[in-house]
Design a protein around this ligand. Structure first.
Ligand SMILES: Cc1ncc(COP(=O)(O)O)c(C=O)c1O
Length: 425
């Protein structure tokens, strides 16, 4: 019941001693109980809300307009006419599916065009694009690392990294968040025991909105002969003078990071994942990585949308800076109103830490009633006791939208703090 602490669970009928069907599995029943408890406590389901139209700085839910902080549409490219047109043209030329794995008859010109464009933009020898950002981390880590190896990841790393490490069969150790001393000490002890070591970090941490200290991590990786994966899901298009991500921001040599992983679903306004790096490694992955070889090629529309979005990014080099300025503006306004934004700095992800899950839920609902859409996040997506609202800032948010939201947030947080609204925290 960790997600809904403070809410009493409704006791369902007895659990069979030997579950026979999928619906009897304890975890399946537990979720049903949790949802029932939430509903009994008067909360509306905050997930799976249906949005009408394109979600950006604003969105429409149930016929009502909201200021929206729940989209990955950082630079407004999802819904941009040029991106829409590229996707539509691709459908007209190639249909809606690649209809096969790329290795076996699914290859279309758009695939190589996208991969060349990504590799060029990032300054890497090659890139490989697949149908999902999450699954590329799982498949990539699972493919390159095995039982003789060690995967060391930041304690706040995304589920896709942790799941990939878990399924790879490698030993998996977490180091305290961005603690370089701890990482160095851990590798001094553990490195000699493993065939290969992967250090996995995020350019921008997706739940906390802070940046991995990349230069220090690169130095440690070199010192211990480890490989390094940087997940750029929330840094591509956000960090760096041209939006080329964490490497550009920190001036890190491209070749010093082995696996520049990213997703097409955020700045690039599409759906899919990529990994960029050394040309020979990318070629090896193309012929061997299960999540690529045994999976359908990226749909033509998704490939075309990502190419068009990447071109837009290159033709509008001011946008990433504007996005960062908007996020700084929001951070500053939140701080002035006494809102705890945790570690957030330099990125477009700004949490409002509530601690308790119930507080996060109530706060999200109160803001919803005021016309602000923001998602509450609980354990296990974040540590127990570190529930939060997570605000994704976009370049299209206006200062008026941001300051109005910070005022509302500050007012509600102050009410909670005065215990005027007592909740099961
Ligand atoms: C850090 C990080 N990595 C990977 C992913 C997975 O990307 P996708 O949603 O495109 O599958 C996400 C998704 O939010 C993420 O935040």
């Amino acid at each position: 019941m960790a997600q809904w602490r403070g809410v009493e669970a409704r006791v369902l009928t007895t659990t069979p001693a030997h579950p026979t069907g999928a619906a009897d599995l304890p975890e399946v029943r537990e979720l049903a109980e949790r949802k029932a408890a939430m509903s009994d406590a008067g909360f509306t389901m905050p997930y799976f809300q249906v949005h009408d139209g394109v979600a950006g700085a604003t969105t429409h839910i149930g016929g009502r307009e909201f200021i929206n902080f729940s989209s990955y549409n950082y630079l407004g490219f999802a819904g941009d006419p040029a991106v829409n047109r590229a996707a539509m043209d691709a459908v007209l030329s190639y249909g809606t599916s690649a209809s096969a794995s790329r290795v076996a008859s699914g290859e279309r010109p758009l695939h190589a065009e996208l991969e060349h464009a990504l590799a060029d933009f990032l300054g890497c020898g090659g890139a490989l694009a697949t149908v999902s950002g999450h699954s590329i981390n799982v498949s990539l880590i699972g493919h390159l690392f095995g039982p003789e190896d060690l995967v060391v990841h930041d304690s706040l790393a995304h589920d896709s990294i942790i799941t990939g490490a878990r399924l790879s069969g490698a030993r998996r150790l977490a180091f305290p968040h961005s603690d370089l001393t701890a990482l160095d000490a851990l590798l001094a002890v553990e490195r000699p025991k493993a065939r290969r070591v992967l250090i996995a970090v995020e350019g921008v941490y997706s739940m906390d909105g802070d940046l991995a200290p990349l230069p220090g991590i690169v130095a440690i990786k070199k010192r211990h002969g480890a490989m390094l994966l940087v997940d750029e899901a929330h840094s591509l298009g956000v960090l760096g003078a041209t939006g080329a991500g964490a490497g550009e921001h920190f001036g890190v040599e491209r070749g010093d990071v082995d696996l520049w992983m990213g997703t097409l679903s955020k700045t690039l306004a599409s759906c899919g994942g990529y990994v960029a790096g050394d040309a020979a490694l990318i070629d090896y992955l193309k012929f061997t990585m299960p999540g690529f070889v045994y999976s359908v090629g990226l749909s033509p529309a998704n490939a075309a949308a990502a190419i068009a979005a990447l071109h837009l990014l290159q033709s509008k080099p001011d946008l990433p800076r504007r996005l960062r300025e908007r996020a700084d503006f929001f951070r500053e306004n939140c701080r002035m109103k006494g809102v705890d934004i945790g570690l957030s700095a330099g990125s477009a992800v700004v949490p409002c830490i509530t601690g308790s899950s119930i507080r996060a839920l109530r706060l999200a609902q109160t803001l919803g009633a005021e016309g602000v859409n923001v998602q509450p996040i609980f354990y296990p997506a974040v540590e127990e006791g570190r529930a939060r609202l997570r605000f994704f800032i976009t370049a299209a948010h206006t200062e008026e939208q941001l300051s109005r939201t910070a005022v509302l947030l500050g007012r509600e947080v102050a009410l909670f703090n005065e215990h005027r609204v007592e909740v099961g925290s």
